[in-house]
Design a protein around this ligand. Structure first.
Ligand code: SAH
Length: 281
């Protein structure tokens, strides 16, 4: 269940003043904050994000903004769901851009809140560009991106001295085929984090194997990261597509490829050792 302060779709008219930037500048103008909500845990919200939520006249939120965070929205602030469901965009991006411009031009302070970080596969750049083009004051508040939050909650450091000197974020989403230089990715010796990769698990595995990455390279699939029902599934490059099916992994989920994944087990062993020591002391 999402926040239900106001009915969601198409409640707000979109007018055409956006096409006239001068009119926008002349008008009593509000401001838009593009706010990163982080991956789920409300305690991962920044102080600045919380302040933007509390001072907004209206909130627009996405699918990936967790219920826990929606529960923090002030009860008297209208909050509208503008999220997208796969293959079923509830509001086209262009209309959403217009909506934000329009609301600011009406003089409202708008909080546009998104999962993770707005600038990491979040279309924050497109929204910011539309707002700036329309002469609307806008500010981006960064959030913890899911790669960072989910890996941390799973005990997987994204980089580790001697194991991974870098980390690359890749999107698994594409209209048709993925436009990725797989052999370059496979040769990087980086941790690779795939966003939106679930339905492309087979392609990701096959392409990285063909690019030269070893079949036994550890892989973690993190479902519902930084939420109460986070699930970590550990596999390897050859077998993880099968694990995705077998475990019925659901979105949102991240795929982490690289030797840093094996640190999870080492870190867990340390916890058990400490517990065993305490029990026998
Ligand atoms: N801007 C977001 C990413 C949006 S793309 C960010 O910075 O995190 C959406 C993808 O992000 C999902 O398909 C999934 O791969 C990943 N994702 C977002 N939240 C997640 C979560 N809580 N657990 C696992 N993956 C998540």
């Amino acid at each position: 269940m999402k926040h239900t302060a106001t009915n969601t779709k198409a409640a707000i008219p979109i007018n055409s003043r956006v096409n006239d930037p001068q009119a926008a500048l002349n008008a009593r103008s509000g401001k838009v904050w593009l706010v990163g909500a982080g991956p789920g845990d409300a305690e991962l919200l920044t102080v600045k994000a919380l302040r933007a939520i509390n001072s907004a006249d209206i909130i627009f939120y996405d699918q990936l903004v967790s219920e826990e965070i929606c529960a923090l929205f002030p009860k008297n602030t209208p909050a509208l769901y503008v999220g997208k469901v796969k293959n079923n965009h509830s509001i086209p991006q262009e209309d959403l851009n217009l909506l934000l411009v329009n609301q600011a031009q009406l003089g409202l302070n708008v909080c546009r809140i998104k999962g993770g970080d707005p600038f990491v596969f979040g279309r924050g750049g497109e929204e910011l560009l539309a707002l700036r083009r329309a002469g609307v004051e806008a500010e981006v508040i960064p959030g913890i991106t899911s790669a960072s939050g989910c890996s941390t909650y799973a005990d997987i450091p994204l980089t580790h001295r001697g194991i991974a000197q870098g980390c690359t974020f890749v999107t698994g989403h594409a209209e048709k085929t993925l436009d990725v230089n797989w052999s370059a990715l496979a040769q990087l010796n980086h941790t690779l984090v795939f966003y939106m990769g679930l339905t492309r698990a087979g392609d990701i595995s096959a392409n990285l194997l063909a690019g030269g990455l070893a079949a036994d390279t550890p892989v973690a699939i993190i479902e519902n990261g930084c939420r109460k029902d986070q699930r970590d599934i550990i596999s390897d490059l050859k077998n993880f597509p099968e694990a995705v099916l077998r475990e019925h992994v659901k979105s949102p989920a991240l795929i982490i490829v690289g030797h840093v994944v094996s640190l999870k087990e080492q870190l867990q062993v340390e916890v058990w050792m400490q517990e065993a020591k305490r029990m026998t002391a």
